[in-house]
Design a protein around this ligand. Sequence first.
Ligand code: SAM
Length: 257
Amino acid sequence: MNNERVEAKKKYGQNFLKDESVLRKIVEAMPKSDNKIVEIGPGLGDLTKFLVKVKSVEAFEVDTDLCKRLNITFKDEIATKRLHIHCGDVLEAWQSTLVDEPYDLVANLPYYIATNIILKALADPMCKSLLVMVQLEVAQKFAAETGDKVFSGLSVITQSVGTASIVIDVPPTAFDPMPKVDSAVMLIQKHSDRSDKAFEDMLKVAFAQPRKTLLKNLSSHYDKTKLLEIFEQLDLSLTIRPHQLHTTDYHQLYKKI
Ligand code: SAM
């Protein structure tokens, strides 16, 4: 590896993962599959060097200084096509799919766009699983179960396409520079692709004010008389809060609305 010190760029969410034990745990938690690996934000290549030992990797890095460095560090892997570095903003590279073959996403994500990246990966038919380091609070939102205080539209979207779990809790001391928040590695195993946009729009309305009742939130956008009929048909309490409903009920509700 190139050991020259690099100044982390805040604007790109650069917190480099330095704890080898966490890096090893991430590799151990990777789902067994024949899929390619996609890494978003290889940074200095600390995780990449473990990943290329397991499979071939497509990596997307926005920082041109880091791209240059990665091209030197991994010149052998690049020459043998074990690693391909795409230099540029991953969100711009992402059309309906990120790469044109099935892949598992493994990444220590830039936190400022982590939610956006996860939602894109959930919608991407080529993405089969996600093993991603994110802010602990974000992981808890995606992986929450009905009844949890943080159960949200993100949890419903995740449960509609797969199963999510938090596999490793990671303290700030594992990174350089240290982030101000706790982190976690979350695994999402997909069984289908992300639900449609209209369903997600309904979820936004349903969770707009999480402490209010579901009926109150939905009434701000949909006809109340019709909603009362639907609540009765689905045997839903008029005082139920958005976090208390199961994902299957949200799908029923959506069909009727
Ligand atoms: N994987 C490295 C590690 O674990 O040490 C770095 C992780 S760091 C939290 C996030 C990485 O994502 C940085 O290398 C950053 O430059 C990169 N990044 C930030 N925004 C990006 C974007 N829009 N597209 C691609 N990479 C991005």
